[in-house]
Design a protein around this ligand. Structure first.
Ligand SMILES: Cc1ncc(COP(=O)(O)O)c(C=O)c1O
Length: 383
């Protein structure tokens, strides 16, 4: 178990979580919603995309978010401790029937993705006297978890006989909301709208008022027709999107140089000797490595920021350390008592910045994977 109870100076690597940026991003998402009544469900799964849910969820609650989405029961239980007054904690992840029964007992909202589970869930609810809060998950084209629209219609027909389960939502998930023009998105949208029309003409509409929800971050920001009653943004809260929306990255990754040394021309650096100095070099050893989520594939590929200047990572990134070339960095001799200058791996430094997207582009992946890959050894500090 790792304990991060000391102030940042005690560590040689840490992350900073900027809660003003989080609130700015939430405001940007709110402003993008097609109608003021559209509710926002803050997606805080995977430890709030690795930002530390214990910082993020209360800040979102304070800013007015009342609905939260997570992926697992463990995440939901912790979230309930953090935000006991949250109106809805929805477990978005797929689960077995036994797990759904547990979620029902625990009083969380959960998704029903297969019609086969309905009778057993209704039975559990009846037997325990607990009303289940269910969201029908419809596969409108993603091909992942969820029932077909035809199955959803059949299920709605059966619902009259299922008073122990409250139909709290009907939802689906978009596969291509990051694209500005997408035939698949249009197809998913039509299927979802048809379901909404089917529901409004259904006798069940007199008793149940499920929230229709479909859109994730990019859908909020560039596809207003997908907003329905509620949207489910995740990554945009944390400052990333495929759109040009003016978001602010929330998380910075910082570390300290733990040793500075001079190496002569022709000296090798790190495992595998993948870097050989081509000149007399000043090298900084930084106490952060791939176990902290700095991907080893960034070895010899990525810069860090020191005093607003870019210094390249040289040699292989190891588990707990990496090396940077300080030879061209100005002002290091004037550091005085700052023997261990700060290194910004992700974040701002004197007008320049490095984002999780810069890493992701080099690795042919997405900021989600970079952020959620950040290690638990990095303390998260709210700033
Ligand atoms: C069902 C569901 N809704 C919403 C989201 C949030 O997506 P994004 O982070 O792209 O906004 C996710 C994330 O993967 C999801 O699985």
């Amino acid at each position: 178990m790792i304990r991060h109870t000391l102030p940042a100076q005690a560590y040689n690597k840490w992350t900073e979580v900027n809660l003003s940026a989080l609130k700015h991003n939430l405001q940007t998402l709110r402003a993008a919603c097609a109608r003021p009544q559209v509710q926002i469900m803050g997606i805080v799964k995977a430890n709030a995309y690795s930002h530390n849910v214990s910082l993020i969820a209360p800040a979102l609650f304070e800013a007015g978010v009342r609905h939260f989405g997570v992926a697992t029961l463990g995440e939901a239980l912790y979230l309930r401790e953090l935000c006991p007054k949250a109106e809805m904690i929805l477990i978005l992840g797929a689960q077995t029937l036994e797990q759904s029964q547990e979620l029902l007992q625990q009083g969380f909202d959960f998704v029903l993705h297969t019609p086969a589970d309905l009778p057993a869930l209704a039975h559990s609810a009846r037997a325990s006297g607990i009303r289940g809060q269910v969201h029908l998950k419809v596969d409108t084209g993603m091909g992942r978890v969820g029932m077909s629209p035809a199955e959803a219609r059949q299920m709605l027909d059966q619902w009259r006989d299922t008073p122990e389960l409250t139909l709290r939502g009907i939802c689906s998930h978009l596969a291509t909301s990051d694209q500005r023009e997408s035939p698949l998105l249009q197809q998913q949208l039509s299927a979802f709208r048809e379901l909404q029309q089917f529901f409004s003409a259904h006798p069940l509409a007199a008793q149940a008022r499920p929230l229709f929800h479909l859109g994730n971050s990019d859908a909020v920001l560039q596809h207003p027709q997908t907003h329905f009653d509620m949207v489910r943004p995740g990554i945009a809260l944390y400052g990333y999107s495929s759109t040009a929306a003016p978001l602010q990255p929330v998380l910075s990754v910082k570390a300290r140089i733990t040793q500075r040394k001079h190496l002569p021309t022709g000296h090798s650096l790190g495992y595998g000797a993948t870097f050989i100095t081509a000149r007399p070099s000043q090298v900084g050893i930084v106490g952060i490595g791939y176990a902290d989520g700095v991907p080893r594939l960034l070895s010899n590929q990525q810069d860090v920021l020191i005093k607003g200047q870019r210094a390249p990572i040289i040699g292989r990134i190891s588990m707990d350390q990496l090396a940077v070339d300080l030879t061209d960095i100005q002002g290091l001799d004037d550091l005085g008592d700052e023997a261990n200058p700060e290194v910004v791996l992700i974040g701002h430094s004197n007008g320049d910045s490095i984002s999780a997207r810069e890493w992701a582009n080099k690795l042919n992946t997405i900021p989600y994977e970079i952020l959620t890959g950040l290690g638990t050894r990095l303390p998260r500090y709210a700033v």
